[in-house]
Structures are given as C-alpha cells and as structure tokens.
Write a protein that binds this ligand. Structure first.
Ligand code: CAA
Length: 259
C-alpha cells in the first residue's frame, strides 16, 4: 500500500486496515487527511485481494472532529464555492466493500459522522460519541443531523446535537449506534476478526448485502423489498450460490470462488 502523511495503511490477510494517524490533534480531520482517506479506501475497494476494510484511530481518539483551526477562518463563499466536505464525503459513501469502524476514545463531530458513514461500528469501552458543533456556533455538516436520527432515535439525536454532550459506549450500544462494545485491548482483534469473516464470503454477495441494507435508508419499504428480491434472485446467477449451498448439503466448508 501507498505511504500517507496522516494515515497508516496495511493489509492483514484479506482485510485492509486504515489507521487515522494525526496524534497531535486527536486525529482531527483536515482536508489532506480526508483526501488521503478517500484515496486509501478507494485503493482497497479496487483491490481484488481485499474483502473488507477496517477503519480505526488511536486508543485516545477515533477522530475529534473536523479540524477547527482549518475551519475557523473560512467564509461562506469559501465553503460554498469549494463544496467544503461535500464531494469528498460522497466518495467515502460510494465504497462498495464493507467498512467497519473500530472506535476507541473520542468520536466527535466529523469523527462521529465518519464512524456513522461506515457500515457498522464496533466500539471500545472507552469510546465517546457526540455532535458538539453547536458549541462552536455551527451544526453538524457531514451527516450528523441525518444519520444520527436514523441510527438512534429522534429524541437521542436531538439531545446530542442540541446539547453537544457526549455519550459513552454503553449508551451508544443501547441506542443502537454501535453493534458491539468490547474491552479497549480487544478492539482491533475483534474488528479484524469480523472483517476476516466477511472477507471469507463471496465478495459480490457481500457487496449486494451492503447495497441492499443501504437501500433501507433511501426507499419506501415496498421498493426496498422489491430491490432485495431482485438482488436475491440475481445471486442465483453466481457460482458462489452453487458452492455455498452444495457445501452445506455436503457438510463441508464452502470455498467461494469470488473472495
Ligand atoms: N480540530 C483541531 N484540533 C483539535 C480538535 C479539532 N476538532 N480536537 C482536538 N484538537 C487538538 C487540540 O487543539 C489540542 O491541540 P494542542 O495540543 O496543540 O493544543 C490537541 O488536539 C489535544 O486536544 P485537547 O488538549 O483539547 O485534549 P483533551 O483530552 O483535553 O480534550 C476533547 C479532548 C474533548 C476531544 C477536545 O479536544 C475537544 O473538545 N475537541 C473538539 C471537539 C469538537 O468540537 N469537534 C467537532 C468539530 S466541528 C466538526 O466536526 C464539523 C462538522 O460536523 C463538519
């Protein structure tokens, strides 16, 4: 993998691991870091040997938000004309392989939004989530007001966005924002194990699942169910459906061709 200034990028078997690495600023997201993140995730997305991606930060911070020192001087014209944080973030949502966020420490503002943009979040017991933009005289700008109410509830999303308070990992799991909470020392192993499991399955099927679950956010139920059924039917066109079902009936482990 390429060398980046603000990221560590490595492979662990069939898993791509991206570590945000701007420790001096608690991984605050500046434009250079976001550009690198887009490049790293798109490179893993294009790499046939990679079946799943894990995105993590440090033990102290996943990311403490968009870089405030960068934003402080911007004018309306600066952010409007550059579509600030618009184009880059859309590219992150276009990644087709699953991306797991392994979150320890602070995931605030753009950091929380980045974690929510991933397909699911595994949190360390020291994780803290929040949308503190209100304290800075702005509002969430990378999906916080939209993804948070879909992930938790209107009540909790309003509470977090309006007060700017943080919620801990336990509250985040109870609210449905994170799929699992594990001890800090076990975080990376747990995320890599989940990613390795996902990467052992048929890659096109995994992509279809990601696409279908994401449809649930974009469409009415009847349309989503139709989309799911069409994609389900198309799975029968793959060798991997034949292999997966044959292996079950023959009581052996499947060896998927398109891993
Ligand atoms: N941007 C720039 N620098 C940041 C930063 C951020 N979002 N968060 C932390 N840092 C820097 C601090 O300025 C500090 O730098 P110096 O050592 O040079 O002073 C360094 O990281 C360490 O931070 P602290 O000394 O503050 O560490 P702490 O442990 O005392 O506090 C914290 C940790 C509670 C996370 C605190 O740093 C904090 O509140 N950070 C800001 C969180 C925030 O407001 N995030 C939202 C940003 S706005 C946004 O993201 C917009 C959007 O939705 C699009």
């Amino acid at each position: 993998p390429a060398v980046y200034e603000h990221l560590l990028v490595e492979t662990r078997g069939s898993v791509g691991l991206v570590t945000l690495n701007r420790p001096k600023a608690l991984n605050a997201l500046n434009l250079a870091l976001i550009d690198e993140l887009v490049a790293a995730l798109e490179a893993f997305d294009a790499d046939e040997a990679i079946g799943c991606i894990v995105l993590t930060g440090s033990q102290k911070a996943f990311a403490a938000g968009v870089d405030i020192s960068m934003m402080a001087g911007y004018s309306y014209m600066d952010v409007f004309k550059s579509n600030y944080l618009g184009a880059n973030w859309s590219r992150l949502t276009a990644i087709r392989k699953p991306v797991i966020a392994a979150v320890a420490g602070f995931a605030l503002g753009g950091g929380c939004e980045l974690a929510m943009l991933c397909d699911f979040i595994i949190a360390a017991d020291n994780a803290r989530f929040g949308q503190p933009e209100v304290k800075l005289g702005v509002l969430p700008g990378c999906g916080g007001t939209q993804r948070l109410p879909r992930a938790v509830s209107k009540a909790k999303a309003m509470d977090l966005c309006l007060t700017g308070r943080m919620m801990d990992a336990e509250e985040a799991e109870r609210a449905g924002l994170v799929s699992r909470v594990v001890p800090l020392d076990a975080l990376l192993d747990e995320a890599l194990a989940a990613a390795t499991t996902i990467a052992s399955y048929s890659q096109p099927i995994v992509m279809m699942i990601k696409e279908a679950v994401n449809r649930a956010y974009e469409t009415p139920l009847a349309e989503g169910l139709l989309f799911e059924r069409r994609v389900f039917h198309s799975a029968f066109a793959t060798d991997d459906q034949k292999e997966g079902m044959a292996a079950f009936l023959e009581k052996r482990t499947p060896v998927f061709k398109h891993r």
